[in-house]
Design a protein around this ligand. Structure first.
Ligand code: S3P
Length: 206
């Protein structure tokens, strides 16, 4: 051990500069959590990032659907947004136990204080915000809504209300994230590579 060995009595009289803090070894990231508004590419970029790292990928919305046996639109229609948020928190708490995993959140998860605390307090968890202007996100959501295979988004049904949610969520996304990546001019593969590089650089600095 490099830390200065000293008795408690001697430590009392020594200047603090003589004591070296024993720093904890950096803890490698065990999970990367992708956050951002609807259409930011979390569910597209997430699997590419997981493949690059040789990790698992889990989409929080899919986990909610698995746990409730309802699709997200069915859950909103049958039980309302508040019930959806409770299921979302329960699913997130369960998923944060997984290692070597990329997790894509739903766009509204950071609105809930419990979710933010879970993300902040789970060790070895790196949160990455996928950022893009509202116009870009709206165009992507509109395009995806035309695809019958894509899950529809109950909260994008009213674009004016969606824009208000976008504005109110920006500070939450930014405060929660360790990294923010602008995705408007990146392909999903480029975004995945940029995230992997940012997380690796973070670990190298730790
Ligand atoms: C929501 C975003 C959706 C889904 C649900 C609510 C939101 O996920 O969780 O419809 O509040 O922004 P995506 O961000 O993956 O579309």
């Amino acid at each position: 051990m490099n830390a200065v060995q000293t008795s408690p009595a001697a430590a009392h009289t020594m200047p603090l500069s003589h004591l070296r803090r024993t720093s904890r070894p950096p803890r490698p990231a065990q999970r990367i959590v992708l956050t951002g508004f609807m259409g930011s590419g979390k569910s597209t970029i997430g699997p590419l990032l997981a493949a690059q790292l040789g990790w698992h990928f889990i989409d929080l919305d899919h986990e909610i659907e698995r746990r409730t046996s309802l699709s997200v639109p069915e859950l909103f229609a049958q039980r309302g947004e508040a019930a959806f948020r409770k299921e979302e928190t329960a699913a997130l708490a369960a998923l944060l136990g997984s290692a070597n995993t990329v997790i894509a959140l739903g766009g509204g998860a950071p609105e809930i204080l419990t979710n933010r605390l879970l993300l902040e307090q789970t060790p070895a968890t790196v949160v990455v915000h996928l950022a893009a202007p509202f116009a870009t996100l709206a165009a992507r959501c509109t395009q995806q809504a035309a695809d019958p295979a894509a899950t529809s988004r109950p909260l994008f049904a009213d674009p004016i209300a969606a824009q208000a949610r976008f504005a109110s969520r920006q500070p939450l996304y930014r405060r929660l994230a360790h990294h923010s990546i602008e995705t408007a001019n990146l392909s999903p593969a480029q975004a995945a590579t940029a995230i992997a590089a940012a997380v690796a650089a973070r670990l190298a600095r730790a």
